[in-house]
Ligand binder design. Sequence first.
Ligand SMILES: [Zn+2]
Length: 354
Amino acid sequence: MNYIEKFIKSSFSIDKNVVTDCFLHYDKNRDGFLDAHEFEVFLNDTFSDSGGTNNIQYEMAAAILKQLDEDQDNKLSKSEFYKSWRYWLKYVLNPVTALLVIDVQNDFINGSLALNGYPAGHDGYDVIPVINKMLGEIPFDVVMYSKDWHPPNHISFGENVKLRPLHETSKVSSDDAKVGDTVVFRGPPITEQCLWPTHCVQNSKGAEIHCDLKIVEGSYVVNKGTNPEVDSYSAFWDNNKLSQTELVNLLSKHHVTDVYVCGLAYDVCVGFTALHSVEHGFRTVFIEDACRGVTQEGMEKMSDNLKGNGIVIAQSNEVKNLVEARHRNLQLGLQAAKNMALGREMAQSRPSVI
Ligand SMILES: [Zn+2]
C-alpha cells in the first residue's frame, strides 16, 4: 500500500511515521529536503493527471511547491511537508463538494429569453438530462440552484430603459435603445448595462425552475438579481459587487472546498459565477457539457477567461471521479496549495485526527 492509500484508509489521520517514511522515500539525495524535482516525483505518484515528465509538469510542481514552502527557500523541509499533509493534501484527497445549478428557468428555455433565439442557437433544455444524470450518480455534499429573480422595474429590461437617466457616455440614447444594445446609466454608480427582454420576473411562470429538472432533497435555492438598480450575472455578487447573495455563507456553512458549476448561460451567468467562486477561494470546476450559451464568441472568450483564472473545465462524465477524488487534478491541487498559503482552511469541521 502506498503512502496516499494509507492516508485515505486511515480517514486522514496523520501518522507522523507514515509522513516521515514518505518524506524519506522521495528525498532521493538524502539532504533532508524535497526540492522541486523530488517533489515532482511525489506529485506524479499522487495526482492522476500528472503522468510523464516534461517542462509544464516541472513548472506546475514548482508552482505548487512555492505555495507550500513557508520560508521560500525553494524546497520543502520535513516540517513543511508535514504541514502540507495537514492543510493541503487532506483537502486534495477529501474535498467537500457543491454543485451549483445556475438559472435553469423557463424563460431561458422556452420563454422570453430562450437561448435558441440567440446566435449560438443552443437549446437551454439540453442541460437538463445532463444535470439530472449527474444528480442521480454523483455524491455531491450539497446542491444549490440559483434563480434569476427580478422585480418588474429591473434595470436590465429593455422596456425599462426610460425609467433611469442615461450617462452622457452612453452610445445609444433612451429613444433609440432596444433589446441587445448596451447603454450606460447615470447612476450613481455609473452602470453599463446590456438590455435584455423582460425575463424571470419574480413569481412569474417564466422565473420557475424548469419542471423536468431534478430538485434534490436538502438542496438550496438562491435568488439573484433582486435589486432593481443592478444586474447580477453571478450567483455570488451583483455586477457592481455592491451586494452579495447568501451563497457564500451557505457554502461556508457546509465547509465546501470545491464548487462545480453548470446551467444557463455559459458565457453569462454560469461563467461569472465560476469566476467569483474562484475569487472566493473555492476550487472551481466548470462542467462544460452541462452548460449552453448565448454566442459562440462569448463562450470562447469566457472559456479563456476561466482557464486564465485557474478554473478547471471538465465534461460531466469526468465529474464523478473528481468529486470522489479518484481523479486528482493538478490545477485543483495548485488551488488548494494557494488556499493553504493564504491560511484558508475552509473545511475546519472535518474530523482532523493528528
Ligand atoms: Zn436577468
